[in-house]
Design a protein around this ligand. Structure first.
Ligand SMILES: [Zn+2]
Ligand SMILES: [Zn+2]
Length: 242
């Protein structure tokens, strides 16, 4: 199983889980041509799971569906989507388990300023992957997590520096703290749960352009958790096989 990232920020998010036979897309925040670059045979795509309605995650959902890709999203995404002639996706309850081809997907509540879902994704080739983005915090416990993809949008040091240098203001800082996960919260969560002990790596998602330091975040997380750590950015590819 290969993870491919073709965007991970407020400018657009898109991830591909590419198995030997089947592919699952995560987020539709960037044009479909990005997917075509990596997926030659669209018939392998089982669907696209979307976290929430914001454009950087859902803007191109209509294009995805017109290309025949079933999109899965919460009611709020559908309620705020204007292409109503399209076929509705079919995840209806946040606690339900949904089988999408060989992928088993469980949506969970994240903590954002609009209804947002995190996902637990299981596949025989990769085990269990936790995907959390645009969430001020997270506190779910699990059995064993093999792979972690989690937001690391800001840190206290970077936020303070951005305010001091006039690159951001208190309102933006407050919104970051209230709706996105910072480095300190991420580390506290990953250290607090035994389910993460055996995970193979950590992929940091959705770093803020103003309030993050990708190299420093990567180093701090990798040293603190003693795991290979990656910053998701265009073109990143990781083997998620177990
Ligand atoms: Zn976002
Ligand atoms: Zn958002």
């Amino acid at each position: 199983m290969k993870l491919i990232c073709y965007g991970s920020s407020s400018r657009g998010n898109g991830y591909i889980l590419q198995g030997e036979r089947q592919t699952l897309l995560i987020e539709a925040g960037l044009p479909l041509c990005n997917v075509r670059q990596y997926v030659k045979d669209f018939s392998t795509i089982q669907g696209c799971i979307i976290s929430h309605r914001h454009g950087d995650h859902a803007k191109y959902m209509g294009d995805f569906m017109r290309a025949g890709i079933t999109c899965y999203a919460n009611d709020d995404v559908w309620d705020n989507y204007d292409g109503r002639s399209l076929k509705r996706g079919d995840i209806e309850q946040p606690t339900a388990t949904t089988q999408i081809g060989e992928f088993k997907v469980v949506p969970m509540f994240a903590h954002h300023d609009v209804p947002c879902w995190a996902y637990l994704i299981q596949h025989p080739e990769m085990g269990t992957l936790l995907f959390v983005t645009d969430s001020a915090g997270f506190n779910c416990s699990f059995n064993t997590i093999n792979h972690i993809m989690i937001e690391c949008n800001w840190s206290e040091v970077c936020l303070q520096l951005a305010i001091d240098e006039g690159r951001t203001n208190w309102y933006v800082a407050k919104r970051s703290r209230d709706t996105h996960m910072g480095l300190e919260v991420l580390l506290a969560y990953l250290h607090s749960e035994e389910c993460f002990n055996a995970s193979k790596e950590v992929v940091l998602l959705h770093l803020s352009h103003e309030n993050s330091d990708p190299q420093q975040f990567q180093k701090v997380v990798s040293e603190s958790l003693n795991k290979p750590t990656y910053v998701a950015e265009y073109g990143l590819q990781i083997d998620l096989s177990i």
